[in-house]
Design a binder for this molecule. Sequence first.
Ligand SMILES: [Zn+2]
Length: 84
Amino acid sequence: MTRALILGIAIFVLIWLVRRSFAARRPGAPDADAKGESAAKERASIESELVACAHCGVLLPRSEALEAEGRPYCSREHLRLGAR
Ligand SMILES: [Zn+2]
């Protein structure tokens, strides 16, 4: 009974040590770091990319633009009025 308990604790500690060493290695790995950084940069550039409204020409982030027929619009009203 006691041996089984000690064995169980030993296995638990071993798994914990292995998992900890993996977790410690991951952020320091150059590949993972570069990938995460470029993905974050890409996301930021998509979010901050400015497009001109096809009706009035005002610049707004692509994420906020309304698109119709491949053209960005700043508002529903300009989308309705269409490109000039
Ligand atoms: Zn507009």
